[in-house]
Structures are given as structure tokens and as C-alpha cells.
Design a protein around this ligand. Structure first.
Ligand code: KIV
Ligand code: ZN
Length: 512
């Protein structure tokens, strides 16, 4: 019989821990809906006890998502675990994921606890969590660098307390595939009650081996859950990438012989959504979701693919959701055709009002751009102003003048709580002048830590998608804007980031 491999997505928790990748509650909910469409088995929605914002995000995801199990991380203490259980109350299926570090280094230097104290705390935490929910995952943080005998004692004890999943993190990305696979295998052989729990792998990518290590944990070690993130988002060099691990198991089913729930056709849309929301651009040569992942530039390859696709292609681009860059809609397309295309792209807008706003944006764009691609539609609906109820700042109009040898000037009209204001400034370039014109009135004092422009469909006729990352008083937010005019896209992105700066709270670190 074929075993099932459980896909546990932690984009919204471990992924979000990546500096600069923090997301708002609404953004998290949108991504969670896309993960549900992908048919991810478990969504780690956040770390409920870390901040009120995270609590609310976990709660709203737990209330809205019905087809995936919703999980919250919690440290191994009663307060964190209670907060997690409270946030998860509305879920159809919920899981508490509790963790404590078990490596000598972390216990001694970070926790300042003896191994026996850590063992006791792990047992107590799992016992407490099991009284609140039936699905409890335990992670020995820095598990891969822990002493094998001690780790076996801890894992045996937490299974006895009712842990249903045991997750073995390679927290610092130190493992190599064969050793990590054998590490999981040895644990499963040595822990006497190992068959009472599902074993899970959680690998970081510091040495670029997170996917390989996770797959070795599955193949050699017999793990049946992989923890991963969209685009491999995560602290430092990131986590194991969902799209790579899923497509490896699917494409090499002959080798892994494992079944997956995932509907792979939603992978590219998920990748785009995460990249647009966080401002973490996907490199063109990234496996599966990079713009070049299915492009054949060399004449020999193109000739081969035209004669027989499998000469150079081991996966089909459409199986992961790439469309053939076809023109999908135009100026004359109606609201129904637009709505239908949104559905085909796996985008579900919450209300008819949101569809109307998105459709008006589409018409505006179609007036200025003759060819509208799927990518344009995805960019258009990912613009927060389509879904946001009430924004403090919104762009009305922008004009700027730049000429060789002259300092550019911009004049911008935008709304502040519904009231129109006009700002003017010069700057080093038209973008700089426009953003300074906004700042001349808003005076946020925020520091810009990232500005990036991306051509959505690859040519100079395409829309520019701009990401602006702002930092203020220790808070970091991303704003995204798209428009055929990159100066306008920049102003939209800047205003969107300012809107987000209004609504963010401080949080506790997960590796605490
Ligand atoms: O990498 C890690 O150790 C973690 C744990 C909190 C599971 O993310
Ligand atoms: Zn991690």
C-alpha cells in the first residue's frame, strides 16, 4: 500500500520570521486561502502567543479555513499553549505545535536549563496541550545537534504524554542528506514507542540542502510529514521549499512511492502571492516557480521539446500552474468573463464589492495596455487597495517632469482619510521626487530598506510591480504597487507601506 506524505506548510510562521517578510492579518488570510486551494494538509498559521496581531491572524485563519488542519506554534509553557488553543477554537481541525530546545548548546547557553529540566518541561507541555486538543506536535529545537541518547529519552516521554507528531528540526541547516536521513531512521529504531506517532522533518537551508535533507528524512528515515514553505521563505537562507519537495515526490513517484494531497496547479499562484506580499523576489532560475524554470533558450533544446516534449522536460509547466503567457482578456471583456478568469486562476475575492473594484481596475488597465496577461490580473488583485476596507492613504493622481540635465520634480495628489492633499518635491530621479512629495506631507520618518521593480510579464510594455519595504521604530512592512508607469507603481507601493505601518504590533521571537 502507498503511504501518504503529509505536507505541513509553515510560510505564515517560520516563513514570516524572515526579516522583512512580516505580513498583515489580511495578507495571511489570503495566503492561507491559497494554501487551502493547494490542499496543504496542515497550515501553521502563526505563533499565537507572540503578539496580539499573530493571535488574531491565527484566529481568523482558524475560523475561515475548513479543509486544512490549522496549527499554532507555542513554546513549552502553559500560557503559550493556552493562547494557541484559544486562537484555534474555531477550527474544524486544529493542532498545537509545542517546542523546546534539546541540544547541549541551546540548553546550556540559551535556556540555562539542565537536560532533566528540559525533559520535564517537554513532558508537561505535551500533557497540558493534549488536554486542550487531540492533535499535538512536539519539536526538539536544534534536534539534529542534540545528543542521541537524550533525544530518544525526550521523544519517548512526549509520545507517552500523547504527542501525535514528532518533528525533528535541523534548526541551523547543518545536516547533510545521508546523515540526516540516518538520524531520523536511528531515532525511529531506538525510541521504543516510535510507531505511536508520525515522524516529521523540518530543515533549514543554510547550506542549500533543506530539500535534499527533507527528502532523505523521508526516504531513508521513514518520515511521513515534511515541513516547508512557499518559495523556501524563512529565516536566514530559508526553509525547505514546498514546491520543490512536492514536485520531487510527484515526479519521482517511482522512487518515493508516496501519495500527496496537493493540487499542484495552484503552486505558481501561491508562489506569486507570497513573493508579492513579502517583496521576496523569486530568482529566475529557481526550480519549479522561477520565470525560467520551463524556458528553453538553446536552439537544440527548443528543437527537442518541439519534437517530443519529454526530451528536455520532466514536468509539465501547466501542472504547476504556469499559463502559456497567453492574452486572456481585453478591453471589451465583460465582468463575467473577468470573474470567470479569476476563478480559473484560483483567486476568490470575498465580496461582489471587491470584484467590482478589481473589475474597474482591470478596465482602467485595459484602456492603457492592449494585452492583458494572467500575471497582470494576479498583480491587479494582489494590490491591497482592492481588498482593504479602509485605507488611510490612497493615490489620486501623479505628475512628474524629468529631462536630461535637470533635476526631476513631482506633484502628487493623494487622500488622507478621504481628504485630498497635494505634495510637491524634487528628487534624484522621478521616483525619488514622487516619494519625497508624499513624505513632505506624511512625515512618517520611516527608513526605506528595500525598493525593487519587477516587470510583470517581461517586456517594456508590461506593468511594473514595485515593492517598498519601510522600517520605523523596529517595525518592518512591505508595500506593493503595480502600474504600467513605474513611477505611479512606486507611489502606490509607498502609500500601501505607509498604510501598513499604522497597524502593526511588536512580537516575541519564535526561537526564544
Ligand atoms: O527551526 C526550528 O527549530 C523551528 C522550531 C520552532 C520547530 O522552527
Ligand atoms: Zn524552523
Amino acid at each position: 500500500m502507498t503511504d501518504k506524505l503529509i505536507i505541513f506548510d509553515t510560510t505564515l510562521r517560520d516563513g514570516e520570521q524572515s526579516p522583512g517578510a512580516s505580513m498583515t492579518k489580511d495578507e495571511k488570510l489570503r495566503i492561507a486561502r491559497q494554501l487551502e486551494r493547494l490542499r496543504v494538509d496542515v497550515i501553521e498559521a502563526g505563533f499565537a502567543a507572540s503578539s496580539n496581531g499573530d493571535f488574531e491572524a491565527v484566529q481568523s485563519i482558524a475560523n475561515a479555513i475548513k479543509d486544512s488542519t490549522i496549527c499554532s506554534l507555542s513554546r513549552a509553557n502553559d500560557r503559550d499553549i493556552s493562547r494557541a488553543a484559544e486562537a484555534l477554537r474555531g477550527a474544524n481541525s486544529s493542532r498545537i505545535h509545542t517546542f523546546i530546545a534539546t541540544s547541549p548548546l541551546h540548553m546550556e547557553k540559551k535556556l540555562r536549563m539542565t537536560p532533566d529540566q528540559v525533559l520535564e518541561q517537554a513532558k508537561q507541555a505535551v500533557r497540558f496541550a493534549r488536554n486542550l486538543v487531540s492533535d499535538v506536535e512536539f519539536s526538539p529545537e536544534d534536534g539534529y545537534r542534540s545528543d542521541m541518547d537524550f533525544l530518544c529519552r525526550v521523544l519517548e516521554a512526549v509520545i507517552n504524554e500523547g504527542a501525535t507528531t514528532l518533528n525533528i528540526p535541523d534548526t541551523v541547516g547543518y545536516a547533510v542528506p545521508e546523515l540526516y536521513g540516518n538520524f531520523i531512521k536511528t531515532l525511529r529504531e531506538r525510541v521504543p514507542n516510535s510507531d505511536k506517532a508520525i515522524w516529521s522533518v523540518h530543515c533549514h537551508n543554510d547550506l542549500g540542502m533543506a530539500v535534499a535533507n527533507s527528502l532523505a528524512g523521508v526516504k531513508i528515515g521513514g518520515a511521513r510529514q515534511v515541513e516547508c514553505t512557499i518559495n523556501g521563505l524563512g529565516e536566514r537562507a530559508g526553509n525547505c521549499s514546498l514546491e520543490e519537495v512536492v514536485m520531487a515526490v510527484k515526479t519521482r513517484r517511482d522512487y518515493f512511492n508516496l501519495a500527496l494531497n496537493i493540487d499542484t496547479q495552484h503552486i505558481v499562484a501561491a508562489s506569486r502571492m507570497v513573493s508579492q506580499t513579502t517583496g521576496f523576489v523569486v530568482q529566475p532560475n529557481k526550480a519549479v516557480v522561477g520565470a525560467n524554470a520551463f524556458a528553453h533558450a538553446s536552439g537544440i533544446h527548443q528543437d527537442g521539446v518541439l519534437k517530443a516534449r519529454d526530451t528536455y522536460e520532466i514536468m509539465r509547466a501547466e501542472d504547476v500552474g504556469w499559463s502559456a503567457n497567453k492574452i486572456v482578456l481585453g478591453k471589451l471583456s465583460g465582468r463575467n468573463a473577468f470573474k470567470q478568469r479569476l476563478q480559473e486562476l484560483g483567486v476568490s475575492l470575498e465580496s461582489e464589492q471587491e470584484v467590482n473594484v478589481a473589475f474597474a481596475r482591470f478596465k482602467e488597465l485595459a484602456d492603457r495596455k492592449s494585452e492583458i496577461f494572467d500575471e497582470d490580473i494576479l498583480a491587479l488583485v494582489s494590490d491591497e487597495s482592492v481588498t482593504a476596507d479602509k485605507e488611510q492613504y490612497g493615490l489620486v493622481s501623479l505628475s512628474q517632469h524629468s529631462e536630461t540635465g535637470e533635476r526631476p520634480r513631482a506633484s502628487i495628489v493623494f487622500t488622507v482619510d478621504g481628504k485630498e492633499v497635494r505634495g510637491e518635491s524634487d528628487g534624484n530621479g522621478p521616483v525619488d521626487a514622487s516619494l519625497k512629495a508624499i513624505e513632505s506631507l506624511v512625515k512618517s520618518g520611516a527608513e526605506m530598506v528595500l525598493y525593487s521593480v519587477n516587470a510583470i510579464s517581461g517586456s517594456t510594455e508590461s506593468q511594473g510591480e514595485v515593492t517598498v519595504r519601510l522600517q520605523n521604530s523596529g517595525r518592518v512592512v512591505n508595500g506593493v504597487g503595480s502600474d504600467p508607469d513605474i513611477v505611479v507603481a512606486s507611489a502606490k507601493a509607498y502609500l500601501s507601506a505607509l498604510n501598513k505601518l499604522q497597524s502593526k504590533a511588536d512580537r516575541v521571537a519564535a526561537q526564544g
